[in-house]
Structure formats: C-alpha cells, structure tokens
Design a protein around this ligand. Structure first.
Ligand code: ADP
Ligand code: MG
Length: 287
C-alpha cells in the first residue's frame, strides 16, 4: 500500500496545503508597537473573541500586548475581567479629561496582556468628537504615547463604520477582518473595503490589509465549505491560512473572563488562535 512519502499534503479549509508556522523567536526588547485594528461593521463575527484570544496567544509567545476596547458594549473588557464601571476608560483619553494612557491601562490575569477598557460612555464620543480638530486622528495621538511599551496593540472595533472605527483605522498599521462563515458574510464587505481604501487615501497612506480571518467555520456543513470557497475566490491570498472553527467553548470562556488559551489550553480553538499568532508573525504583521 501507499507509503508515507506518497501521501498527498493535507489540505486546509482554504483549499491550500496546511503549513506549519514556526514558533516566533524571543524578542530582545519591546516596542514600538505595530497597531492592528480588528474591523467589520457586522456584529457577532468574532472581532472581540479574536482580539482576546489572539492577544493572549501573542502574549504567550512573549509579545507585550495591549488590547484596546473600542466598543461601548465593553465586551473585550468583560472578556478579560477588567473593571469598567469604577474605572476611567478610553473615553476619558479621547475627550482629553485624562492625558496619560497609563492611568487607564489595566493589567489582566494573563502575563504580557494589558487592556484599555471601555464602557457605555464611549457611545457619546462620536457626537462629542464631531467638531474636534483632526477628529479622525485622536486615537492615533493617544496610542503614540504608549507605543514604546508594547510589541502589538489590538483595537477591537464596534460593529459600525462611524467616526470611532475611522479613528481606529487611522491609528493602525494594519487591519484584520474577521469574517463569519455564513451566507451573508460577504454582504457589506465591499463597503468595509471601500472605507479602508478611503482612510488609506485620505488619512493613513501606509495602512495595510493584514488579512481576512474566516471564523465560525464548521467543516461538517456543506454551507460552511461553500462560503469558504467564495471567500477564497474573492480575496485570494488575503485570506489567512488559519481558520477558526465553530465551537461552544467561546461563550463558555466569555463567562470565565479569561482567554480560551487558558481556560481550555488543549482545545482546538486555543490551538487555532496560537496558529493565528504564529501566522501573523510569519507574515510580518507582528514582530
Ligand atoms: P463581535 O465582536 O464581532 O461582535 P464576538 O467575538 O463577540 O463577535 O462573537 C459573537 C458571539 O459568538 C459571542 O457570543 C462569542 O462567544 C461567539 N463566538 C465567537 N467566536 C466563535 C466561534 N469560533 N465559535 C462559536 N462561537 C463563537
Ligand atoms: Mg465585539
């Protein structure tokens, strides 16, 4: 029968051969941070879950990570167990009532992973910032003050393409688009890409598309496989090899306010987020 060497290379969900991304080498020092914005105006596609678990995986690899909660729902803050009600938040920095980001940043139970929290106050920010000078560049100014302390800053956007999201895109070096493997996933992506292109043209010429991350993939359904095929047809090499499978572990992890890499370190989803971390390092999106 067939020998090991004649066996075909295993093909991943993207239809490409499965590659092994090397474990990132240890860093000598830290910073300046590369800023990655996680953005999709559709809700429930895995932006917050990815911010938390990619952040935790990069932190495991020794990267110093700052996760910015840029959604007034505060799901990232809750998911990492940091205070939001009796604490100052990113809103105070945007409004200028607090100048030093270090007064806002909280550490988490995960070594190397810090959070800039948000709460419902942030929902008023768009209205307040509309008449500011350089209103699109306010978050960029805030993040410049802490960039030296981190290797990567992840900005978890709210599901909208409004002024806050434009701030997050203007502050970023790269954008990561989580895309749910569902029928309507591609709806709205054209508008999202158009917004990214406008920000690149007008505000942030160096902005890169770091990748499109397929989430909630279920290999058992034809539907998931068909959506995946369309996504790869449309976005080609921008689609990351790493695909996040659908699992009930994520809602569980949210309740425990810890990353899945810690609550279920051996779960395939934890492995998937570690692979995403390694792939982004291999692509040069993270130091
Ligand atoms: P977004 O930030 O884009 O709104 P979330 O990360 O909050 O999306 O995810 C939406 C919901 O789906 C949450 O309840 C989360 O726990 C769940 N979820 C996220 N990723 C997965 C996954 N791979 N499989 C199953 N459920 C998931
Ligand atoms: Mg979210």
């Amino acid at each position: 029968m067939s020998t090991k060497s004649s066996a075909p290379a295993t093909v991943g969900p993207t239809g490409r051969p499965v590659r092994d991304f090397p474990v990132p080498v240890a860093l000598d020092g830290h910073g300046p941070a590369r800023i990655i914005t996680l953005c999709n105006q559709k809700g429930g596609v895995g932006k917050t879950t990815t911010s938390i678990n990619l952040g935790a995986a990069l932190a495991e690899y020794g990267r110093r990570v700052l996760a910015i909660d840029f959604d007034p729902q505060g799901a990232l803050s809750a998911g990492l167990g940091v205070r939001t009600h009796d604490a100052p938040t990113v809103y105070d920095l945007l409004m200028g009532s607090i100048k030093d980001p270090k007064q806002i940043i909280q550490s988490t139970a995960t070594p190397n992973l810090d959070v800039m929290p948000a709460n419902i106050d942030l929902s008023a920010a768009e209205v307040h910032l509309v008449n500011e000078v350089a209103r699109e560049q306010i978050l960029a100014g805030v993040l410049r003050k802490v960039s030296a302390d981190y290797d990567v800053i992840l900005v978890d956007c709210q599901p909208s393409l409004g002024l806050l999201t434009v701030n997050a895109l203007t502050a970023a070096h790269g954008v990561l688009i989580p895309l749910e493997c569902e029928f309507f996933a591609l709806r709205g992506v054209a508008l999202l890409i158009e917004t990214i292109d406008k920000v690149r043209d007008r505000l942030n010429p160096a902005l890169q598309l770091d990748g499109i991350l397929a989430t909630m993939y279920d290999s058992r359904t034809l539907h998931s496989r068909e959506v995946m095929e369309r996504v790869v047809d449309t976005f080609q090499d921008d689609v990351l090899d790493t695909v996040i499978g659908r699992t009930v572990k994520f809602p569980d992890a949210t309740v425990s306010a810890r990353p899945i890499t810690e609550t279920a370190p051996d779960h395939p989803a934890a492995a998937a987020y570690r692979q995403l971390a390694r792939e982004l390092v291999a692509r040069g999106a993270v130091a």
